[in-house]
Design a protein around this ligand. Structure first.
Ligand SMILES: CC(C)(COP(=O)(O)OP(=O)(O)OC[C@H]1O[C@@H](n2cnc3c(N)ncnc32)[C@H](O)[C@@H]1OP(=O)(O)O)[C@@H](O)C(=O)NCCC(=O)NCCS
Length: 273
């Protein structure tokens, strides 16, 4: 990488990062996620820029002892020259300096070899599943589900920690309770769903049982990203006519978080897990 430099992205770079994302085929509203992550959730974007403008980008989201990388892209004309490695390394260093012991990301096929070289290990395939036009199977117990409120947050954080092995407090506190639904309640919270403003229709769905997950999923009509290891829910989605539209490999570097994919029925997206 001779005539370009990597630096922290500024507000006026976001439009160019969005242009770069469309060049590499990322979903068009990923840039809105990046804005949200950087403006409201403590994240930071880096860009590689040369005399023509932004030619590479990468984003970090710190969550205490873990940190997520996403939105890593290099302009097709500049790929294969070390820019992806430099951007990823810079983001890794920033997250580590902030206290992240484990780094996590969702690798596309194009990025997998690069991340393996940077010390990441495979953890499991994650899938974006989209519904058929014919609808969704009946929900198990819709009466058990209500809107989330601020007072649910401590129980939500506890259940989320059980499922992810991470403290996603910075992310959940930033988004809760807008668009949130919870299951259970009286005798303890058994699940929640939280749809971020952009991205897949469903968003995060965490529940103690596959039935609870399906009930929360059944409320939201649209695509969902989930770990393939959650075979109970994946099988139910396939039976309901859902089909795969994208897949990533979840990768980690550092101590492996004790996540329980069978409790994760929806991921925020294939960018911040
Ligand atoms: C993935 C991506 C960011 C890599 O950027 P890049 O600038 O081309 O990567 P680099 O030049 O830094 O490559 C780093 C290393 O990975 C290797 N590598 C990169 N892509 C490779 C590929 N498709 N096949 C084999 N090796 C590859 C390079 O040879 C290099 O290894 P080396 O240093 O030993 O030579 C870029 O291909 C891209 O933007 N792809 C489209 C968007 C995407 O899928 N992003 C990943 C999201 S997780």
């Amino acid at each position: 990488m001779r005539d370009s430099m990597v630096r922290v992205a500024e507000e006026e770079d976001f439009a160019a990062i969005g242009g770069l994302y469309s060049q590499v085929g990322f979903r068009p509203d990923l840039i809105d996620d990046v804005r949200l992550v950087c403006r409201a959730l403590g994240g930071r974007a880096f860009v590689a820029a040369d005399s023509t403008g932004v030619v590479g980008a990468s984003v970090g989201l710190p969550l205490g002892r873990t940190g997520w990388l996403g939105g890593i892209a290099v302009s097709p004309a500049r790929q294969g020259c070390g820019m992806g490695a430099e951007l990823t390394g810079r983001t890794m260093d920033w997250l580590s300096a902030g206290g992240a012991e484990t780094l996590l990301l969702h690798a596309t096929e194009a990025g997998h070899r690069l991340y393996t070289k940077l010390g990441f290990s495979d953890e499991g395939v994650c899938l974006q599943m989209n519904p058929s036009p014919d609808g969704f199977p009946p929900v198990c117990d819709p009466t058990d589900i209500r809107d989330g409120v601020a007072a649910d947050l401590p129980e939500v954080l506890e259940l989320d920690r059980l499922a992810t092995g991470e403290d996603r407090g910075p992310l959940l506190r930033g988004l809760w309770p807008r668009g949130a639904r919870v299951a259970g309640g009286g005798s303890g919270l058994t699940g929640f769903s939280l749809t971020p403003p952009h991205g897949p229709a469903v968003g995060a769905v965490v529940a103690r049982t596959p039935g609870g997950g399906m009930a929360l999923l059944g409320e939201r009509h649209g695509g969902v990203a989930l770990p393939a290891a959650n075979s109970a829910v994946l099988d139910a989605l396939v039976r309901a006519g859902f089909t795969e539209s994208a897949r990533t490999m979840r990768m980690y570097r550092g101590p492996r978080p004790p996540w329980r994919p069978e409790l994760l029925h929806g991921l925020f997206n294939l960018f911040w897990g």
